[in-house]
Design a protein around this ligand. Structure first.
Ligand code: SAH
Length: 216
């Protein structure tokens, strides 16, 4: 089997075993994860690791989350086609690509210039047109493009940044890892509805630091 056929095969197996096999049933999430070539979001030398059940380093001390975590967070957002979604922590651009493949218009913010620049080249080259990128402190949100139907934060901070709650539509969902200790968080989903915000705790997770005005 050729190297590329092998990667396609590994991707389908990832969806079956790691995603569907662990209870993710949202067909849009499953289809997006089966379609988006995750190995093209990491360095060539790490391509064969892209479909394994763990995060992959993307340089600058950052990581592309484990496939299951991307699937879980995407499912928690209950993405509908045409949703306007804000992502904090573009990283490789993979999570943004999954949301775009689910039909959303994505606004994604990254604070590290080299990661921002490579995602800005990679995403259009792979055919993703509905993804807007910005180099900035994402804990301040993207006020000019607000409100957002959904907000996803892919780095862990000490609390939910207030500007993000302000920029969330009603109804709206925000998914974020939050923890008082660094590298040890709870995955929180905040649901805004009827002028009220309620939070749900989805369990322990480990993310890199959310650094910024409303982060570490
Ligand atoms: N979602 C990414 C993985 C992100 S790793 C992917 O699919 O590849 C977390 C990212 O959040 C890192 O790239 C880090 O630089 C970024 N980050 C941390 N704090 C941030 C902030 N305040 N604003 C924007 N990006 C931030």
């Amino acid at each position: 089997m050729s190297f590329f056929r092998d990667l396609d095969h590994r991707r389908q197996r990832m969806v079956t075993e790691q995603i569907r096999g662990r209870g993710i049933t949202d067909e849009r999430v499953l289809a997006a994860m089966a379609a988006v070539p995750r190995h093209l979001f990491v360095e060539e030398a790490l391509a064969s690791q892209a479909y394994e059940d763990h995060p992959v380093p993307i340089g600058h001390g950052q990581t592309l989350s484990q496939p299951y975590m991307v699937a879980l967070m995407s499912a928690l957002l209950e993405v509908q086609p045409k949703d306007r979604i804000l992502e904090i922590g573009t990283g490789s651009g993979y999570q943004a690509a999954i949301l775009a493949a689910m039909g959303a218009e994505v606004f994604t913010v990254e604070r590290l210039k080299p990661l921002y620049q490579s995602a800005k080249e990679r995403l259009p080259a792979l055919g993703f047109q509905q993804i807007h990128l910005r180099l900035a402190d994402g804990t301040l949100g993207w006020p000019e493009a607000a409100p957002f139907d959904k907000i996803i934060v892919t780095a862990g901070g000490p609390a939910i940044p207030v500007p993000l709650v302000d920029q969330l539509a009603d109804p709206g969902f925000l998914v974020i890892p939050v923890g008082r200790e660094r590298r040890e968080q709870r995955l929180i989903r905040l649901v805004k509805r009827g002028g009220e915000a309620k939070t749900e705790d989805l369990g322990a997770v480990v993310f890199v630091d959310l650094v910024g005005a409303h982060g570490w």
